[in-house]
Write a protein that binds this ligand. Structure first.
Ligand SMILES: Cc1cc2nc3c(=O)[nH]c(=O)nc-3n(C[C@H](O)[C@H](O)[C@H](O)COP(=O)(O)OP(=O)(O)OC[C@H]3O[C@@H](n4cnc5c(N)ncnc54)[C@H](O)[C@@H]3O)c2cc1C
Length: 421
């Protein structure tokens, strides 16, 4: 029977980073991935910051970058806000997620981790004997077919939004999910700016996006929060946007390819990071959740690659330390470490997400109008940060126009708060 110090379930950015750091710290480490190839199928718009690229520690950036973006244009129904990055340091990039993930996996292999593909973990259990956890994996590789048992001191669940590890270990973090769809297609691109479209008819409870990936092609997609949508299927909204949205439909040139659909977890409860557990100890063994499995995503934008890698590093290091010291209590350091890094951002982001769900199309217009004033645009340009947006949003919420809007929507906000629990 296979036996490792650390078994990481899922070979996405969070899992690869956790495995890399566990192996680097001396733990025998295995990644189990259900798909036949790392990075495929892609379920991502591939928009990440320069900071996230640095966090990935991948040397050869050119292998996975589609293009550098100069800023973003936010469209409500009647207004648009054009935000240009003031310096190259603050720019964002459209990336090829399949190649990016493969590079991360390669780095984990180089540190000594093993990877087994086509292995879908079905459960994580503690058997009566010993202090190790037993993973049951269904393998579909040509060489080995059937059920496989693997033992581990620490299991890291990096198996995405619908985590089996979280479920079978009794650690359910996300209660709500955004439903997302995306295509790639021909698009009239004037400048390398990401476009964001808000409004109840465009993408209820979230937003739609157009992200250029070369001179005439873009990723066009959206997420909805179905609790605030007249229809639970995001595809209906995508079709409507492609055929009837006053901007998207005009610039969309057909040639559709690479359709993808997926979910993004929304952490539950305002005090999420104080109440929910992403680590568990069971008689000398332990389970950690990381990335989407731990709902480590920005509730404002749905981005999870940066937080997943950041927390993946902490998970890998902590798991290796717990194994080398033979003390699973060390695993609590993981929860503390993640809370320190991203706890406040997630808690504040949830409030902004609730506010967004409460706003009507007219409210979005009012908001864009209030933010288009010179001094507000200066604030957004200079203090905007796609990985840590809370500072900017706290400042924006002091604007009299926004305070008035909040006041008008307080009852609807409280209603969305109840629904978000
Ligand atoms: C449409 C869409 C667009 C997005 N756009 C962006 C964006 O622009 N920028 C951004 O930062 N984020 C974006 N995200 C979110 C981002 O994709 C995720 O936050 C990120 O991929 C999380 O990384 P992860 O490693 O936690 O999980 P994943 O990348 O989901 O990886 C999980 C891995 O686990 C494997 N797995 C699952 N279950 C099992 C099992 N039982 N056994 C073995 N293996 C298993 C899966 O095959 C997968 O390889 C988007 C998401 C969607 C759906």
């Amino acid at each position: 029977m296979l036996e490792y110090d650390v078994v990481v379930v899922g070979g996405g950015p969070a899992g690869c980073m956790a495995a890399k750091y566990a192996a680097k710290e001396g733990a025998s480490t295995l990644i189990l991935e259900e798909d036949a190839e790392i990075g495929e199928p892609v379920q991502c718009a591939g928009l990440i910051s320069k900071r996230a690229i640095e966090e990935s520690e991948i040397k050869n950036n050119s292998s996975f970058i589609n293009c550098e973006l100069r800023g973003a244009i936010i469209h409500s129904h009647s207004y648009e806000l054009k935000i240009e990055s003031p310096s190259p340091d603050k720019r964002a990039f459209a990336i090829k997620r399949d190649i990016f993930d493969k590079e991360l996996a390669e780095a984990a292999l180089n540190e000594g981790a093993d990877i087994i593909l086509k292995s879908k973990v079905k459960s994580v259990k503690r058997k009566r004997e010993g202090s190790k956890l037993t993973l049951m994996a269904a393998t579909t590789g040509a060489d080995v077919k059937g059920e496989k048992e693997i033992k581990a001191k620490v299991v890291i669940g990096a198996d995405g939004a619908r985590s089996v590890v979280a479920k079978t270990a009794g650690l359910n973090v996300a209660k709500n999910f955004l439903n997302c769809v995306q295509i790639e297609g021909g698009y009239e691109i004037e400048e390398a700016f990401a476009e964001i479209f808000v409004g109840k008819t465009t993408a209820p409870g979230f937003f739609a996006w157009v992200i250029p990936i070369d001179e005439d092609t873009a990723r066009i997609g959206l997420c909805i929060d179905k609790r605030f949508s007249p229809h639970p299927n995001p595809l209906l909204f995508l079709k409507t946007n492609l055929s009837g949205h006053p901007i998207i439909a005009k610039k969309y040139k057909g040639k559709q390819s690479n359709f993808t659909a997926g979910t993004i977890p929304i952490p539950g409860g305002a005090c999420f990071w104080h109440r929910q557990r992403i680590a568990k100890m069971v008689n000398g063994a332990g389970v950690l959740l990381v990335g989407d499995a731990a709902a480590q995503v920005k509730p404002i934008t749905g981005g999870g690659v940066y937080y997943g890698m950041k927390c993946g590093k902490i998970a890998g290091e902590t798991a290796a330390k717990a194994c080398s010291e033979g003390d699973m209590e060390v695993l609590w350091e993981y929860e503390k470490g993640c809370r320190k890094e991203i706890g406040k951002e997630i808690a504040f982001g949830l409030k902004v997400h609730r506010l967004r769900c409460a706003l009507s199309d007219n409210d979005f217009n009012t908001m864009c109008h209030a933010l288009s004033k010179y001094e507000m645009m200066q604030l957004i340009t200079n203090r905007g940060d796609m990985d840590y947006p809370s500072y900017l949003f706290r400042e924006l919420l002091k604007n009299p126009g926004i305070i008035k809007l909040m006041g008008r929507n307080i009852l609807r906000y409280l209603y969305t708060k109840r629904k978000n629990r």
